[in-house]
Write a protein that binds this ligand. Structure first.
Ligand code: NAD
Length: 499
């Protein structure tokens, strides 16, 4: 039952018990070398708990457990209906622990409790449920050969999948990997981001409770250059499913080349152009979507609409409306159910965001709103919703991913100009276009080099559609049945019927 007030959430937080170990082979364990790191609450800078810092030896133990589980066939060879019922149970358990998981997520990474409750936890459960339902609805193929042969084209699980995830949607990103990887019969080693390990550690316990055989799902918290790298170079990991920065994504390609040529799928950053044409059908809706598109989750969203591309004639009206919305999105205490914008994940990211705001000022962009830290007396890491106007697309703030609540406003002349500017970054995760002209919408959408293009909306979608990028936003897709492709491999079995 959801509790309603800030006082209630605070009191629950005080009583919360944190799981803080790695989960390997079906039990919680300390790191071989005994290392731990502090888990900091971004809302006030206080230490929540200390968590096991896994290193190469711990990763190896997790991979060994995952491989043994895979080879046992208890999950990899289980009847589809068995996998389906376990995953359905896991989805149920996630929902049954909604408040606890939401609280862990908010304390750990600073997002508003209302979002953890309404988006992250139900989204995670829905994802697991959707792949559970898919398990017994995906068919293999028979090739159209001559009658003298029967050729089966089947999909088989890969074996051991390493999921390496970021801190902005810790539980949800983990489930985007886990759902299709487990549904396909793989064993998984999950490495949560060091900024936000708590929900992943708890999820492992829920998965066991749901009936997942031991060793099928392991969690190794730890740092990127140690635990993350150890997964990347491990000779017995078959696939790394990574979500994070393009910089680290490239490292995983290198790790694969240096080790066993494991498969790598990369969901990396973005610099989404949100293009509002003068003939936009509903300016209020577009401005509202633009505001939420950059300020939701403190702007720590890979597909955040961080570049507002707008025609000159409507720029002032659009900016005025975005500013109106930004006033009630001002950062607040994340545990307050009324808060719409929470804390930046840690002091490093805070400094990074402030550094970009300084860069925007110094390269000549006009600061239109915000631009400073907020709630400094809390001890936490808050930044005001910030808008720059007069941005040229070549500026640093228009080219680089800030991953914070900072919007760059760029004026364009016509649809061709919008497409040119929209495509002019190294990224290609998502884009949006607002126009009442269906031909212009479609032609623009077709020319935008992005994995997702929204027309007359922003950040819409559900689990049925693939999500992923073009260019340096990565490759491979999360969500939808297409995600199962990256966790399986094709086998041809050619049966000679004339023998
Ligand atoms: P990050 O790349 O720093 O870290 C991501 C993960 O990689 C973490 O688990 C981290 O520990 C690990 N890691 C870091 N350095 C490593 C190394 N040297 N070797 C191996 N592993 C390493 O990213 P972040 O700061 O956690 O997250 C923000 C980034 O994630 C942004 O770029 C954002 O756009 C991206 N992201 C993308 C999507 C998507 O679906 N495309 C979704 C969410 C976030």
């Amino acid at each position: 039952m959801t509790v309603a007030t800030l006082a209630d959430w605070r009191s629950r937080a005080e009583k919360l018990h944190f799981r803080d170990q790695a989960f390997i082979g079906g039990r919680y364990v300390d790191a071989v070398a005994g290392g731990r790191f502090d888990c900091i609450c971004p809302a006030n800078g206080a230490v929540l708990t200390s968590v096991v810092a896994g290193e190469a030896a711990d990763v190896d133990a997790a991979v060994v457990a995952a491989r043994a589980a895979f080879n046992s066939g208890r999950w990899s060879n289980a009847a589809p209906k068995v996998r389906k019922s376990v995953l359905l149970k896991l989805a149920e358990l996630i929902l049954a622990h909604r408040d606890e998981l939401a609280l862990l997520e908010t304390l750990d990474m600073g997002k508003p409790i209302r979002d953890s409750l309404a988006i992250d936890v139900p989204g995670a459960a829905n994802c697991i449920r959707w792949y559970a339902e898919a398990v017994d609805k995906v068919y293999d193929q028979v090739a159209p050969t001559a009658p003298s042969a029967l050729a089966l084209i089947t999909r088989e699980p890969l074996g051991v999948v390493a999921a390496v995830v970021p801190w902005n949607f810790p539980l949800l990103m983990a489930c985007w990997k886990l759902g299709p990887a487990l549904a396909s019969g793989n064993s998984v080693v999950l490495k949560p981001a060091e900024q936000s390990p708590l929900t992943a550690i708890r999820l492992a316990e829920l998965a066991m409770e749901a009936g997942l055989p031991e060793g099928v799902f392991n969690v190794v918290p730890g740092f990127g250059p140690t635990a993350g790298r150890a997964l990347g170079v491990h000779g017995d990991v078959d696939c790394v499913a990574f979500t994070g920065s393009a910089e680290v994504g490239k490292l995983f390609l290198k790790y694969a080349g240096e080790s066993n040529m494991k498969r790598v799928s990369l969901e990396c950053g973005g610099k989404t152009p949100n293009i509002i044409m003068a003939d936009c059908p509903d300016l209020d809706a577009a401005a509202r979507a633009a505001a939420f598109g950059i300020f939701f989750n403190q702007g720590e969203v890979c597909n955040a609409g961080s570049r507002l591309l707008v025609e000159e004639s409507i720029r002032d009206r659009v900016l005025e409306r975005i500013c109106d919305i930004a006033t009630y999105l001002r950062p607040g205490e994340p545990l307050d159910p009324k808060t719409r914008m929470g804390a930046i994940v840690d002091s490093t990211q805070l400094e990074r965001v402030i550094g970009y705001i300084d860069a925007g000022r110094s390269c000549g962009a006009r600061l239109h709103l915000g631009g400073a830290r907020a709630r400094t007396d809390s001890g936490g890491y808050f930044v005001e919703p910030t808008i720059f106007d007069g941005v040229d697309n070549s500026m640093k703030i228009a080219q680089e991913e800030i991953f914070g609540p900072v919007l760059s406003t760029i004026v364009f002349k016509d649809a061709d100009d919008a497409v040119r500017i929209g495509n002019d970054t190294i990224y290609g995760l998502a884009a949006a276009v607002w126009t009442r002209d269906i031909a212009k919408a479609h032609n623009t959408a077709r020319r935008l080099r992005a994995g997702t293009v929204w027309v007359n909306c922003f950040d819409h979608g559900d689990i049925t559609v693939p999500f992923g990028g073009y260019k340096e936003s990565g490759f491979g897709r999360d969500k939808s049945l297409h995600a199962m492709e990256k966790y399986t491999q094709l086998k041809t079995t050619w049966i000679n019927l004339e023998a």
